[in-house]
Design a protein around this ligand. Structure first.
Ligand code: 3PG
Length: 203
């Protein structure tokens, strides 16, 4: 699995693709070697293309909503694909291209459907409003083989609690590299927040 060993996946909204490489370098200084670049801005695709060249860094795409988006991010160099929800055609297009896909789920019905699609690593979104680690524990009863990437409401204050769950392979969120910090070019802050996140969990 492409994200094996990664425990933090920053969710990134970039307005200027020129900020992508300095952002990745800041994350790396903080001990984070991956990022999910969302397609929420037109800069997303160019940012993914820029990050494919960064050594020892795994770039993925987020907010991937349509099968055509999967092709676009794959061509740009994304090595994993994340969606907020579960769309069979998005999952199947990623599987056809051989790129790891982590769709979002929020209900047992969606987990069950994702399992049928052959998946066992899913984004739980929005994790906080769904009940956080209590929701994950409840889902682990019927679906013991699934591991989650909680996202939505994960913060510096609760990331370690999520990561202590055996059903969580990594957490994701925007707090490590907010749109505002990126736009301000405050890469030192991004490196510091990332370092604090990584330092706050057991290895
Ligand atoms: C998202 O897709 O925006 C992520 O889940 C991030 O959520 P957050 O802003 O609550 O970290």
């Amino acid at each position: 699995m492409i994200l094996d060993g990664e425990r933090f996946v920053p969710v990134v909204v970039l307005d200027d693709p020129a900020r992508a490489v300095p952002l990745a370098e800041a994350l790396q200084r903080g001990g984070i070697r991956c990022a999910e670049i969302t397609l929420r801005t037109p800069a997303g695709i160019d940012a993914i293309a820029a990050l494919r060249e960064v050594p020892d860094f795994t770039v993925g795409a987020g907010t991937v909503l349509e099968p055509d988006d999967v092709d676009r991010v794959f061509d740009a160099g994304a090595r994993f694909v994340v969606s907020p929800g579960l769309a069979d055609d998005v999952v199947e297009r990623a599987q056809a291209l051989g790129v790891e896909v982590i769709p979002g789920v929020a209900t047992a019905t969606e987990v069950q459907r994702a399992i049928r699609l052959g998946l066992d690593r899913l984004k739980l979104f929005p994790a906080g409003p769904l009940g956080g680690t209590a929701a994950i524990r409840a889902l682990a009863g019927p679906f013991p083989g699934v591991r989650y990437l909680p996202s939505g409401g994960v913060t510096a204050a609760n990331a370690a609690e999520y990561l202590a769950s055996p059903h969580v392979f990594a957490v994701s969120g925007s707090w490590m590299a907010t749109r505002e910090l990126i736009a301000a070019g405050d890469f030192d802050a991004i490196a510091r927040i990332s370092r604090e996140a990584v330092g706050g969990v057991a290895p």
